[in-house]
Write a protein that binds this ligand. Structure first.
Ligand code: BES
Ligand code: MN
Ligand code: ZN
Length: 506
């Protein structure tokens, strides 16, 4: 485990680290600590030779003069007008370089006084979160684990923050980074090792660790409650489906909870309308919504947020077999409505529907937020760069759009007009499960919206952003290959906002 922290630096020449990363604003490279480190012109010569100007995404490694303590300097370009995303990228780039070089002790510094619109405390937090995220790798099944730096600290000028604020920022950053990595671990785990049963075991462990209440619904409960969606999809697998209900009461009994629902299809083979081999190959990631919700609950509890949360995680394997549900079947859902199954590969909305309806009816939530790798169509629409956001409430949608500019998890709002509901009309049941090829992400969201009734609701379709492959080319330095944990920071940001942010933002 990497030791994270901050350090106040009087004299940068005395900072004893193997790698020091410094973020530089474009056109302002040889200033401040960088110019102090330029002993015998080693830095300025390298900067000049490489034509390094501080453009975003550019970096320059310099071996420093033996008279100064930091052994190597990594200049990281922040571009013209850096925001939190550039701070995260600079920190993550430094952490990755330290790992690559085998540098045991690493530090990062940023020109806080030049960064408009950035609160230094929050900036320190983001730098730590990004480093924790960057140093993540899923190596549970590797015989040889890769070496990581022993320590990573944010170097600060002594008067820029008080020690307590810096310490709190580091603690929050580490907590949030680890919550993201926890979600990544769950999503990255091979599908047979994280099936609904294994997921339940992990949730029990987490609930115990955090002291949270956990209820687990199984087949008998689904039959009693009439959850035909979860039952229907789950029929094809020899591992029975589950619905986990995790509760965190951080604000006491007086205030209504925020309901979080995460799609937990631990493997999506498509059911009887089986996927092609290419399409199926990455479907262990179809549990990314569920994984994110687990990470969010962990993060919220560890941050001690003053907010109430009820997290619902429906878990199934969507497999073809002799007992699978069939296209043409009609399911009776928890809310009493009937659904004609028009495609067995549209399974996510069916399990989400039961969970959404249960949350809306049983918990009187102030807001419902769901995360789901719901549709291939959202990947077609937005590619790997943005979450599809759908909402029945303009104020709530705006809040999420605004908060996402801080966390850098881009969202793009999609419509939910009545025309899309028309596409779901069925000849034999209240509604069909799919609306055909066109506008597939929207008809899926329109389907979900029926089950939240009138509750304020945000649906995040994370199918394009939940994991990265080299092919998609959307790599950020803090997102290693595999599961990204997308949504964890965004929803935690929302919950921090909802909990009133007890004086944390300096
Ligand atoms: N899990 C998939 C959606 C998905 C596709 C996520 C690609 C990530 C990458 C979902 O269950 C699914 O199969 N959706 C179908 C719906 C269709 C049959 C209406 C889709 O999007 O093709
Ligand atoms: Mn599917
Ligand atoms: Zn799916």
């Amino acid at each position: 485990m990497v030791r994270l922290g901050y350090v106040f630096v009087d004299n940068i020449l005395e900072l004893d680290v193997d790698l020091l990363g410094i973020g530089v604003v474009r056109g302002q490279v040889l200033e401040g600590w960088v110019s102090e480190l330029d002993v015998e012109g080693l830095v300025s010569r390298a900067v000049e030779a490489e034509g390094f100007e501080g453009d975003e995404g550019k970096q320059l490694l310099v071996y420093l003069h033996p008279r100064v303590k930091p052994r190597r300097l990594l200049l990281v370009g922040l571009g013209e007008q850096p925001g939190y995303e550039q701070v995260r990228k600079a920190s993550a780039t430094t952490a990755l370089k330290a790992k690559e070089l085998g540098a045991a002790r690493a530090a990062v510094a940023l020109p806080w006084e030049k960064l408009e619109g950035i609160k230094t405390g929050r900036g320190v937090e983001e730098a730590i979160t990004a480093a924790v995220m960057a140093l993540y790798s899923y190596d549970k099944y590797r015989s040889e684990k890769k070496e990581k730096p022993r320590s990573f600290v944010v170097a600060l000028a002594p008067n820029i923050l008080d020690g307590e604020t810096a310490a709190e920022a580091v603690r929050r950053g580490e907590t949030i980074g680890r919550a993201v990595n926890y979600a990544r671990d769950l999503a990255n785990t091979p599908p047979s090792d994280m099936n609904p049963e294994a997921f339940e075991e992990e949730a029990k462990r987490l609930a115990q660790e955090l002291g949270l209440k956990l209820r687990v619904f199984k087949r008998r409960d689904f039959e009693e409650l009439g959850m035909g969606g979860i039952l229907g999809v789950g029929r094809g697998s020899s591992v029975e489906p589950r619905l986990l209900v995790l509760e965190y009461w951080g604000a006491g009994e007086g205030s209504k909870p925020v309901a979080l629902i995460g799609k937990g299809v631990t493997f999506d083979a498509g059911g009887l309308q089986v996927k092609s081999h290419e399409a199926m190959s990455e479907m262990k990631y179809d549990k990314s919504g569920a994984a994110a919700v687990m990470g969010i609950v962990k993060g919220a509890a560890e941050l001690g947020l003053k907010v109430n949360i009820v997290a619902l995680i429906p878990l199934v394997e969507n497999l073809p077999s002799g007992s699978s549900y069939k296209p043409g079947d009609v399911l009776r859902m928890y809310d009493g409505s009937t659904v004609e199954v028009s495609h067995t590969d549209a399974e996510g909305r069916l399990i989400m529907a039961d969970a959404l309806a249960y949350a809306a009816k049983e918990y009187d939530p102030q807001v419902i937020t769901d995360l789901a790798t719901l549709t291939g169509a959202i990947v077609v629409a937005l590619g790997p760069h943005a979450i599809g956001l759908f909402s029945n409430n303009d104020t709530l949608a705006k809040t999420f759009e605004e908060l996402s500019t801080t966390t850098g998890e881009k969202v793009w709002r999609m419509p939910l007009w009545p025309e899309y509901h028309e596409m779901l009309k069925s000849e034999i049941a209240d509604v069909k499960s799919t609306g055909g090829r066109w506008g597939g992400a929207i008809t899926a969201a329109a389907f979900l919206s029926r089950f939240v009734k009138d509750k304020p609701w945000v649906h995040l379709d994370i199918a394009g952003t939940a994991w990265t492959t080299p092919r998609m080319g959307a790599r950020k330095p803090y997102n290693p290959p595999g599961a990204t944990g997308v949504g964890v920071r965004l929803v935690l940001e929302y919950l921090r906002e909802a909990s009133g942010r007890g004086g944390e933002d300096r």
